[in-house]
Ligand binder design. Structure first.
Ligand SMILES: [Zn+2]
Ligand SMILES: [Zn+2]
Length: 90
């Protein structure tokens, strides 16, 4: 099944990354064929991000660590566990 070349990439969840506003997919190559894998991290506040964007965000601002980049809600539970839902096909 060839993937569409120039039209919109398939969307995983219908949402975009709240940091970079790109679809929650990352380009990948599958035997030389361009394709996408889902890279969707959902925080408990229901905001969605790429893993790489979260990492960059937490590196750029120490204060932002373990917090949603958008609403700044902590993503840690009372035990300090990181609570996110990750969907990654890759
Ligand atoms: Zn992103
Ligand atoms: Zn949020």
């Amino acid at each position: 099944m060839p993937l569409p070349q120039s039209t919109n990439a398939p969307t995983a969840s219908g949402k975009d990354c709240a940091i970079c506003k790109e679809p929650l997919l990352v380009p990948s190559s599958n035997n030389g064929q361009p394709s996408y894998v889902i890279d969707d991290v959902e925080f408990r506040c229901k905001h969605h991000f790429h893993w790489s964007c979260i990492l960059e965000h937490s590196i750029s601002s120490h204060d932002a660590r373990n917090r949603c980049a958008l609403c700044r809600q902590s993503v840690l539970d009372s035990q300090g566990e990181f609570i996110v839902k990750v969907r990654n096909e890759g």
